[in-house]
Every structure is written in structure tokens, then in C-alpha cells.
Write a protein that binds this ligand. Structure first.
Ligand code: KG4
Ligand code: ZN
Length: 335
């Protein structure tokens, strides 16, 4: 069987990324130009700034991905691009670059959902075994996705307000930590103790949905009240208390879903998958359940990248999915 080479392009948020993946499994190149430094002083991603960076970087990043893979465009089988969800101005840069290249080189074009990409980052690590469950936790998403087969996604739970990463970043801001705050809270949490009693949003009895905005408000209120009383809560203890609440809900709901849906594999995905506390607790809980394989990709594949888009794109391409020149960015695309 002939090898399949797919170029992936990802520009949904603040990383300009391009990658080449062979047979949906093997990373030939994985280039990511991060804009974090430009957004840091604003304490979050500024959409206008992001779009401008993407325009400046996209051609260079794609060229570098092709060079490192040592391929010419005529050797590619398809181009896969993140179609949504994300910032519309950012998405448009990647979608238009992909369309231009597909047209110029007469290559098939495949639109990819960003979350499908995060899930397929796992296929760059190991073979996917169905049925499986993926916990997708990033700056924009908190989702439990059930998969019976390749390329078919069923969202069984999602956040009703803030995403997990978003809650991390907002709590970090309240603790005056730099953006993005997730890694800082993670680090502090390991130094601190759980001293603040914070809520856990379990929602309805059989719901796999999440909610983190109440937790975020509880943190902000506790800090404010302590300040009014002339007391201080140490940042490390607040970080530990907050992280304990987030992990408790994420892991408990994942375990419940694993049992109900009788899956044989659990895939962790998204930037928050970098969290040491979350990894450790999931590992511990999954080890208690017999016959469940837990997969956690390396950090570079957990955060936004284009190899994951190429990996998901390869599967969709092989299933016959094609986009034409009418492909458009969709900021609220459904999985
Ligand atoms: O997947 P990602 O790179 O971008 C999105 O698609 O959103 O995720 C970024 C998010 C940010 O909110 C960041 O604070 C969070 O992932 N994050 C972490 C950690 N590392 C990154 N959150 C908690 N613990 C970490 N170690
Ligand atoms: Zn992402």
C-alpha cells in the first residue's frame, strides 16, 4: 500500500502551525510559531493581534514544515486545515492558505474540527482502540467525547460556561500570575496545601457536563473576603485548593463515563493535559479500573499544533471527506 502524506495547517487561536504527517501516524515535521509573548502584556489573546501574526508567519511556517519533511507539494496526498472552532480572523488565515495551496498544486483539501485534531494527537503516540473516550481539556474546551470508530465523534459532556484552561487562566490572573496561568498554578499547587474549601459543580445526577465559572467566582470571592479581613491566603494554597476541585470533577466524571460506555481506551487531549496533577490522578484512577488503557501524548502534541490536524485530516481523507474552494472558516463549528 502506498504511503499517504498530509500537510496540516492550524491557526485557530494564537499558534501559527504547519506539519507533515505520514500515514496518519508518523510526524515528518511539526512547526509551531507561538505568539504568547505578544499577548502576554494584555493578559490574554487579542484577536486582532493574533490575525496579524498569522498573516506574517503562515507562509514561513508552511515552507519550514515542507523543508523539514523533505517533500515537494507534488508528493503530498492532501492538505488538511482547521476549519473551526476558534477566532474567525485567525481561522481565515489558515483556511485561505490551505485553499490557495490546494488550488495551486491541485491537491485534495480536507476541513478539520480543532477538537478532532486534539483527539487525534493520540494517534501519533499509539494505535487508537475502539470504543474509546477522550477527555479534551484546553483553553477553549472541556469535552468528553465518545468514539465507536475512526472519524465519528459523539460529545457526551461539555462545559456549560468556562473551559477548564480558561478557569485556570482567570484564577491565575486573580492571583496575579502571568498569562497563560495554567502552568504557574500547576507548579504552585504542588508546593501548597488544600486549605480553602471550594465548590465542585457536579450538576445533574447523570450529567457529564462541566461548569467552572462558579469555582472561578468562589476563588475570587475568597481572595476578596480575606483581603477585606486583612488576612492573606497564600497563592500556593489557593492554587492547590483550586486545582484539587478541578481535578476532582474532571476525573470523577471521566471514570463514570468510562464505566457507563464500557470503553477500552481513554485519551487525554488539549493544553490542560500538561497538568501534572491531572495526569497523576487519571493514571491512579485508571489503574484501579481493569483493562483500560490510558494514553497521554507528550506536551508538544497536547498544546495546539498542526501534526494533530494532519493526523485527523488523514483519517477523514481516507474516509473520503473532501472540501472544495467554498470551504469557509466556522468559528462555532460543531464536532
Ligand atoms: O490546547 P491549548 O494549547 O489551546 C487551546 O486550544 O485552548 O490549551 C491552552 C490552555 C491554557 O488555558 C493554559 O493555561 C492551559 O492550557 N495549560 C495548563 C497547563 N499547561 C497549559 N493548565 C493547567 N496546567 C498546566 N500545566
Ligand atoms: Zn486547542
Amino acid at each position: 500500500k502506498k504511503d499517504v502524506y498530509v500537510l496540516g495547517i492550524e491557526t485557530s487561536c494564537d499558534e501559527t502551525a504547519a506539519a507533515v504527517v505520514k500515514n496518519g501516524r508518523e510526524v515528518m515535521s511539526n512547526i509551531v510559531a507561538s505568539q504568547i509573548e505578544s499577548h502576554k502584556r494584555f493578559g490574554g489573546v487579542v484577536p486582532e493581534v493574533a490575525s496579524r501574526h498569522h498573516v506574517e508567519q503562515i507562509t514561513l511556517v508552511i515552507e519550514e514544515a515542507m523543508n523539514q519533511a523533505n517533500l515537494s507539494f507534488s508528493e503530498l496526498d492532501a492538505i488538511a486545515v482547521t476549519q473551526g472552532p476558534g477566532l474567525v480572523g485567525s481561522l481565515l488565515i489558515g483556511v485561505n492558505a490551505a485553499k490557495a495551496l490546494a488550488f495551486a498544486h491541485q491537491l485534495p483539501l480536507v476541513g478539520v474540527h480543532h477538537i478532532a485534531g486534539h483527539i487525534y494527537a493520540n494517534r501519533l503516540v499509539t494505535e487508537m482502540k475502539f470504543p474509546l473516550l477522550s477527555l479534551v481539556v484546553s483553553g477553549g474546551h472541556t469535552e468528553l467525547v465518545y468514539m465507536k470508530e475512526h472519524g465519528v465523534f459523539e460529545v457526551i459532556g461539555e462545559t456549560r460556561d468556562d473551559a477548564a484552561g480558561e478557569a485556570y487562566d482567570k484564577v491565575a490572573r486573580a492571583l496575579r500570575l502571568p498569562y497563560p496561568g495554567g502552568p504557574h498554578i500547576d507548579r504552585l499547587a504542588h508546593e501548597g496545601k488544600v486549605t480553602v474549601d471550594l465548590p465542585r459543580a457536579w450538576l445533574e445526577e447523570d450529567s457529564y457536563d462541566f461548569s467552572f465559572s462558579g469555582l472561578k467566582s468562589a476563588v475570587i470571592n475568597a481572595l476578596h473576603n480575606a483581603e477585606q479581613r486583612g488576612e492573606t491566603i497564600e497563592a500556593k494554597d489557593m492554587a492547590a485548593s483550586f486545582q484539587a476541585s478541578v481535578i476532582d470533577v474532571l476525573v470523577t466524571k471521566t471514570v463514570k463515563a468510562v464505566q457507563k460506555y464500557r470503553v477500552c481506551q481513554v485519551l487525554l487531549a488539549g493544553g490542560v493535559a500538561a497538568n501534572r496533577g491531572l495526569r497523576a490522578e487519571l493514571e491512579r484512577k485508571m489503574a484501579e479500573l481493569e483493562g483500560i488503557e490510558l494514553v497521554i501524548p507528550p506536551l508538544s502534541l497536547c498544546t495546539d499544533n498542526a501534526a494533530m490536524i494532519a493526523a485527523a485530516g488523514t483519517v477523514l481523507f481516507e474516509k473520503g471527506k473532501r472540501a472544495d474552494m467554498t470551504l469557509n472558516a466556522d468559528p462555532s463549528l460543531e464536532l
